[in-house]
Design a protein around this ligand. Structure first.
Ligand SMILES: N[C@@H](CCC(=O)N[C@@H](CS)C(=O)NCC(=O)O)C(=O)O
Length: 198
């Protein structure tokens, strides 16, 4: 098994954390630049996006949440959905909304228009980030020190990605409870080894 990733993608980080928490060996991780149409990536994934996971037999798996679905089915323990599954999925959806808005702004700023965030759609994306993080801060996912569920994973990924890409923006608010979640999970190898960097 090998995973193609870059060092920044929140989607790839979600898959990598899940794989790590499930006990998969990620030494075959390959760093690629999806925007350069890396040949190995294009061969496996017509969308040329990370994460792309090549499983035994060479089959490519793509889409972070589908990779989580596949993982829960093929290696159920430890579960990333243990506990109140309704609440976990609901909170993870909220965090994914934040991550999608973050990635949308970053992509548009880098690839199309540095002023994207000033436009109407950019403003909507910022609103999603601000309101989504505020809601998660008001009612954060619970972490008890054992295997984190997907609500914890996605909330931590969203919080860390905010720091990576949006530090210093005027609309970024304090979020001590989400920061505490980041701190509480920081020493877990799956989180520590996938901390994003530019
Ligand atoms: N829905 C996909 C999104 C993956 C995605 O957009 N990855 C970005 C990096 S953050 C990428 O590879 N972008 C390259 C491109 O869009 O061409 C998932 O959940 O895995």
């Amino acid at each position: 098994m090998r995973i193609l990733t870059n060092t920044t993608s929140p989607y790839a980080r979600i898959a990598r954390i899940a794989l790590g928490e499930k006990g998969f060996d990620l030494s075959a991780t390959e760093i690629v630049n999806p925007w350069n149409d890396d040949a190995a990536l294009l061969k496996l994934n017509t969308a040329a996006r990370v994460p792309t996971l090549e499983i035994e037999g060479g089959l490519p798996l793509t889409e972070s949440l589908l990779i989580l679905l596949w993982l829960e089915r093929t290696r159920p323990e430890p579960s990333l959905l243990a506990g109140d599954v309704d609440r976990i999925v609901s909170l993870a959806g909220r965090a994914m909304g934040v991550i999608d808005a973050q990635a949308n702004i970053v992509t548009n700023r880098m690839q199309i228009d540095p002023d994207f965030a000033e436009h109407r759609v950019g403003q909507r994306r910022i609103r999603t980030i601000v309101n989504g993080l505020a809601a998660l801060e008001a009612d954060p996912p619970a972490y008890h020190g054992d295997t984190p569920d997907i609500a914890v994973i996605t909330a931590v990924v969203a919080r860390d990605y905010l720091d990576l890409r949006f530090a210093g923006e005027p609309w970024v608010a304090a979020m001590p409870r989400l920061d505490a979640l980041v701190t509480a999970t920081a020493d877990r190898p799956a989180f520590r080894d996938t901390k994003p960097y530019l």
